[in-house]
Design a protein around this ligand. Structure first.
Ligand SMILES: NC(=O)C1=CN([C@@H]2O[C@H](COP(=O)(O)OP(=O)(O)OC[C@H]3O[C@@H](n4cnc5c(N)ncnc54)[C@H](O)[C@@H]3O)[C@@H](O)[C@H]2O)C=CC1
Ligand SMILES: O=C(O)C(=O)COP(=O)(O)O
Length: 530
């Protein structure tokens, strides 16, 4: 039974699928402190959050069974991603479900700031009938600068057209073609700051976007600018903004998000007559909350059940169609990695993975992760390594991972190879997926073999001399180890050779030690592939 903890208010309708699942139990405990979360997280396989719960390194460290943190929303800045990656915890989000809702909130804020709606409301319900203090401006004919033209920014631009606005858009990924389609003029932040009447930011908060609208920008800003931030607190420097409003550069600002949430009681926004605020409500509609909870629940279920999943934040995205093509190779890749690690001598210095044939056409990065997982699990323990942290752990240990691709795969439609280099020694294995036969090991250290990668195997390196096969067979037989299959490979008669045995049970260590003493035998390694 999988245990899921929901630590923020998440739509019940949205998590219905999880509640209905027979293999899942859910605990809802919103509002836990970090200490309270640390105390209980060890029991859970999955954690579902919004933006409130801080999933810190301490929480992740205490989450000994945690496989996944699901963020019912977009921003994951409340989750320590490096810590999750190094712990092998998958972080997923629900990037699409709240786009329209947040775009609509941006418009609500833009119109509210243009027409002083919150200030006028407060005065009116307070008993004053003040019509002259709240003369606003139209959106029509004004220029709107959109910084960050991703999902939300693009939807804002689309709607702004309908209001008769001219739009300047800035985003490092905004192409001329996409801008033209949206009716947006490509611009720089500087163009927007100097030329727009309204500006709205829709980027994540990153070291690059932090205070991207700050004192420098306010100095050159068009007078009378109105600024909306429904993205992340800190993209606009809050204190520099207050100064700019006080100096008459900025005519009004509408903020849904703060650098620290909730803001301190004496935060200058809370009492400023020209700054309006909402308490991070951008995604708070019935529809969006249901959408994001459905999306995140679905992926969490997949992850718990070891099924393919989408929207991992701490793993580069791969198209679903590519994932489907790669999926059958994951087992082969992991087993080849494990095989290479088990037969190699000494620590791993460098890992070279090779993909040939049809595979070379695909984004094979997830398959590389499985191979590296197979290698590292042999050294670090299979509970310590997964596809989320395998590359990270390799890097942390100074192990270089090199990927080679070749469109030609001699004799095979597809070939996956793994070479481990360590102190001048190399170990090379390769495998393929044979239609109708499944995964096969087809090369070991320069010898051609054909072995199913499962169960107990013995890899023997010897000199090709008469009688060696019989001696090995006798030794195993007299120790009650039954040989299921045997393959022998040699490059020249009488030269170096290898023997690969599949045996029905593990070979006891003393028997392996005795085998190594046999004449003409160079090495014997037992390999177990689950
Ligand atoms: N207030 C709220 O309740 C909500 C806030 N958000 C926040 O809104 C923001 C945007 O969300 P989405 O549009 O869904 O994300 P998105 O990932 O689709 O778009 C973000 C865009 O920002 C761009 N970007 C990154 N660095 C940039 C830079 N230095 N300058 C200009 N553009 C840059 C990216 O290229 C990307 O196109 C995120 O920070 C998200 O967390 C999202 C939903 C609700
Ligand atoms: O999705 C996002 O990035 C949001 O900021 C929404 O936050 P929330 O889920 O409403 O706490």
């Amino acid at each position: 039974m999988f245990k899921v903890l929901v630590s923020d208010p998440i739509s019940d309708l949205g998590i219905q699928q999880l509640m209905d699942a027979e293999d899942v139990t859910i605990d809802k405990k919103p509002g836990l402190s970090e200490d309270e979360l640390v105390a209980i997280i060890g029991q859970y396989d999955a954690l579902l959050v919004r933006s409130q719960t801080r999933v810190t390194a301490r929480v992740l460290e205490a989450g000994s069974s945690l496989k996944v943190v699901g963020r019912a929303g977009v921003g994951v800045d409340n989750i320590d991603l490096p810590a999750a990656t190094s712990k092998g915890v998958i972080v997923i989000n629900a990037p699409d479900g709240n786009t329209i809702t947040t775009c609509e909130h941006t418009f609500a804020m833009m119109m509210a700031v243009a027409r002083h709606i919150p200030q006028a409301y407060a005065k009116t319900v307070g008993g004053e009938w003040d019509r002259k203090s709240f003369v606003g401006v139209e959106l029509r004919g004004k220029t709107l600068g959109v910084v960050g033209m991703g999902r939300i920014g693009s939807e804002v631009a689309r709607r702004a057209k309908a209001f008769g606005m001219d739009i300047l858009g800035y985003d490092p990924f905004l192409t001329e073609e996409k801008a033209e389609k949206l009716g947006v003029k490509l611009a720089s932040v500087d163009d927007i700051v100097r030329g727009a009447d309204f500006m709205t930011v829709h980027t994540p908060l990153t070291p690059e976007t932090r205070h991207m609208i700050g004192a420098e920008q306010f100095k050159v800003m068009k007078r009378g600018m109105r600024i909306v931030n429904c993205a992340r607190g800190g993209i606009v420097d809050e204190y520099a903004l207050v100064d700019a409003v006080n100096e008459g550069i900025v005519a009004g600002a509408a903020f849904d998000v703060f650098e620290v949430e909730p803001p301190a009681a004496d935060h200058p926004f809370l009492t400023h007559p020209k700054i309006i605020v909402t308490p991070h409500l951008g995604a708070s509609t019935i529809e969006a909350q249901e959408n994001v909870a459905i999306d995140v629940s679905e992926q969490v279920l997949h992850i718990l059940r070891d099924e393919p999943f989408l929207n991992a934040v701490n793993m580069p995205p791969v198209a679903a169609a590519v994932m489907t093509q790669l999926q059958p190779y994951f087992e082969l890749g992991e087993k080849l990695g494990s095989l290479a690690a088990q037969i190699a001598d000494g620590p791993v210095g460098e890992i070279t993975v090779g993909f040939s044939g049809d595979l070379a056409e695909l984004d094979t990065q997830p398959l590389t992760r499985y191979i590296v997982k197979g290698i590292l699990a042999h050294h670090l323990g299979s509970d310590q390594v997964n596809i989320i942290n395998s590359l990270h752990l390799a890097k942390e240990r100074g192990v270089n991972v090199v990927v080679n691709k070749s469109h030609a795969a001699k004799d095979f439609t597809n070939l996956v190879s793994v070479t481990l280099s360590s102190r001048g020694e190399t170990t090379h294995v390769a495998g393929t997926l044979l239609t109708g036969y499944g995964p096969r090991i087809v090369q070991v250290n320069g010898y051609t073999v054909d072995v199913a990668p499962s169960g107990h195997l013995v890899f023997i390196s010897h000199h090709d001399r008469p009688g060696i096969i019989g001696r090995i067979g006798t030794l195993l037989g007299s120790n009650d180890v039954n040989i299921a299959t045997m393959q022998v490979g040699r490059q020249v008669e009488g030269g170096a050779a290898i023997m690969v045995l599949t045996v029905d049970k593990g070979v006891p260590k003393p028997v392996l030690a005795e085998m190594i003493q046999l004449d003409e035998l160079k090495s014997a390694k037992e390999v177990t592939l689950y």
